[in-house]
Design a protein around this ligand. Structure first.
Ligand code: URP
Ligand code: ZN
Ligand code: ZN
Length: 469
């Protein structure tokens, strides 16, 4: 990318836990000065008066152009997925290179690099999903990959095609500890889900609304308890993905209060959407909100907001996993599918930051702008080894900056969608804020809702286990 010298003036800037009107000077893709009344010979001055200036979002949980548990590839290319990310104020994403049983992890990661390199318009690193934990993969391929900048592993405790048992999880945690990697986990009890699905289908309960019953909260609680125990035993930090329930949250709280060192995230949908959405009059419409774990009750959402406020939860991600609302996506198995035949996942890269920031700005939670920056940018960067290049407005960091308008009245709608799902699960929701300009390493990639860059602009970010966690 051509590197511009840029001066952002008069914006209200979130930096080093401060929020103040201050200027930012950018040169050679980096932030080189932050201060009052800066002046310099620059290519462009941006007048950010009256606007909020925040670090670019880091969405550390998103599925892009990835083969998923259903066997389908998500309805996104790197270009569409990262366009959605950039339009929603993100400058870094961490998607998944997914190994299935029998695949070489080295080859999977290599193939994924090719896709991302060709299509991404924001910077990226990747989590490696391990679903075939052979000796060769764990003892030979994994250490090589970790050494070459892939320091994040993802494991599944459920899904037929992806899950691995506790014995293999322990082996991987030990190897991660030895080689210096972070391990993220989709933690739900597989047998409880399978048993419930069988019961429901035998009773003729096919409607999408039964998806919620098929993932009992107790399954989340049991799997959280096991993974926290394994993390404690191996002294390997883990990230528990997508906490969806109050009881699950309580398990996290209890593990953290015992002093076990691990992290936990929730996602936009568990905070703002609830299970009644699955019970639509047009039966198929409920498919739009089928994701796993399922969106749950208003009580659960309220508990999760409290979990963010008391820092039991560390991050908010999107778990973006788009499937088009047609027979190539949600209905790939059948035009009138039962709940189990619908691929799991909803889009979110575009919507996470405006929805959360709106709740913060309009005081619908007890979180402030520094909390918002911490949960959506700084902490994901720290946990996954991207900090201090990413995650903060700081001298020496990459100039990844989002200039936000905060006095708008936008109703989210399907018309705004650029990702491959072609629907917006948050349609009808109102937000007062929106990214006016998104800057990646000193170059504008979005202005006034228009993409200003090309596929392939994004760079791979080599990572190692962070010294900041
Ligand atoms: O429903 C979801 N979240 N699909 C994506 C796969 C996963 O569980 O991470
Ligand atoms: Zn998951
Ligand atoms: Zn996921």
């Amino acid at each position: 990318m051509p590197s511009q010298k840029l001066l952002i003036k008069y914006g209200t800037v979130a930096h080093s836990n401060n929020l103040e009107p201050i200027d930012i000077l950018i040169s050679d893709q980096k932030i080189v000065n932050i201060g009052k009344n800066l002046s310099d010979k620059v290519d462009r001055v941006i007048n950010a008066k009256g606007k909020l200036v925040l670090p670019g979002g880091v969405d550390s949980h998103c599925h892009i152009e990835q083969k998923s548990a259903s066997g389908l590839v998500n309805s996104d290319t790197f270009y569409t997925g990262t366009s959605a990310a950039a339009l929603g104020g993100n400058t870094t994403v961490i998607p998944f290179a997914a190994q299935y049983d029998g695949d070489s992890l080295l080859e999977v990661v290599d193939r994924y690099h090719n896709l991302a390199n060709k299509g991404s318009i924001v910077d990226y690193s990747m989590h490696m999903i391990i679903a075939g934990p052979t000796d060769n993969v764990i003892k030979k391929e994994l250490p090589k990959l970790i050494l070459s900048g892939h320091s994040s592993i993802k494991l599944f405790m459920t899904y037929d095609r992806l899950r691995i048992d506790d014995e293999n999880i322990l082996e991987i945690l030990k190897q991660a500890r030895k080689c210096g990697a972070m391990v993220s986990v989709h933690a739900e009890n597989h047998e409880m889900i399978t048993n419930k699905v069988k019961e429901l289908l035998e009773d003729g309960c096919y409607h999408p609304k039964y998806h919620t019953d098929s993932h009992p909260v107790e399954g989340e609680v049991d799997a959280f308890r096991r993974i926290i125990q394994m993390s404690d035993e191996t002294k390997q930090p883990v990230m528990i993905f997508h906490v969806s329930s109050e009881q699950g949250l309580n398990e996290i709280r209890s593990g953290k209060s015992r002093g076990v060192k691990f992290f936990a995230e929730t996602c936009t949908q568990y905070l703002t959407l609830n299970s009644h959405l699955l019970d639509q009059e047009q039966i198929n419409d409920g498919a739009k909100w089928i994701c796993s774990p399922p969106i749950r009750s208003i009580n659960d959402s309220e508990a999760l907001w409290k979990g963010l406020e008391d820092r039991t939860l560390d991050l908010v991600t999107s778990d973006h996993a788009p499937y088009s609302f047609d027979n190539k996506g949600k209905f790939f198995k059948d035009n009138s599918p039962n709940f189990k035949e619908i691929p799991n996942g909803i889009p979110g890269l575009h919507w996470r930051l405006p929805i959360l920031l709106d709740r913060v700005l309009n005081k619908q939670c007890n979180l402030d702008i520094s909390d918002f920056v911490r949960m959506t940018s700084t902490m994901p960067a720290k946990v996954y080894g991207l900090y201090p290049h990413k995650g903060e407005i700081k001298i020496g960091s990459d100039a990844d900056i989002v200039i936000w308008d905060t006095d708008l009245n936008i109703t989210l709608s399907d018309d705004m969608v650029v990702d491959g799902s072609k629907y917006n699960p948050y349609s009808g929701m109102k937000v007062s804020c929106w990214p006016n300009e998104v800057i990646l390493r000193g170059t504008t990639i979005v202005k006034d809702n228009i993409i200003k860059t090309e596929a392939g602009t994004g760079q791979f970010l080599s990572t190692k286990l962070s010294e900041y966690i």
